[in-house]
Design a protein around this ligand. Sequence first.
Ligand code: 13P
Length: 253
Amino acid sequence: MVRKTLIAGNWKMNCHLEDGITLAKGVAQEAKKRARKDCEFLICPPFTLLMAAKKAIKGSRVMLGAQDCHFAASGAHTGDVSPQMLKDLGCQYVIVGHSERRTNHYESDELIAKKASAAIEAGLKVIICIGETEKERDENKTIEVCTTQIMGSVPENATAQNTVIAYEPVWAIGTGKTPTSQDVEDVHAAIRKVISKKLGRANANKMRILYGGSMKPSNAKELLNLPDVDGGLIGGASLKVEDFIAISEASKQ
Ligand code: 13P
């Protein structure tokens, strides 16, 4: 089963206009020059930079995504952005259910499923994030937590074509810590089984499952070459052109 590697950068709440444009342009240029032809690139800047980033990557192989959306198409939702608005802007992807939103904005699996479903309806692809906290890991609840999150936050209209899962252990995000390769592979394989139960075997075999959490050039090769790891959702290292591209170079050959 060949699943195309996806190297996705989650810029989080970083970059202003000038450095955001420089970063997006740099990724587009280096991806053209150096990176493997058979992997996909995605950058997810903050809302304020989407338009500028779209122009900066125009004509390149780099795709554009957002970091969140509302589930409604329009209406009285101050501060929110709808999937249709993101689509208008040229986004192909949207991240939903990142642990920083689950924690800081109290987002539930149910809400995340509604967002994902609406984004798919609007023609976007979704990256649905899941992952356990350090406490949950210490209590050996990793698979249980990921199972609950998948069952609750992956919507009924999800398919391998419109949905990507990102496994991001919360304790590995921005900490420099990562699980062992064996642990990552075990969790990814378990996630694939749960997807199979929810969406059928064909979808499970084709759906991409990314790893996220302190991925960097020095550990990318080991992580990205695991059988059930189909790419990375990269935070800190996506803010440096060199690191982001180097990660892609380390991916499955
Ligand atoms: P870091 O790569 O900075 O650990 O962030 C991972 C992440 O949260 C991507 O969504």
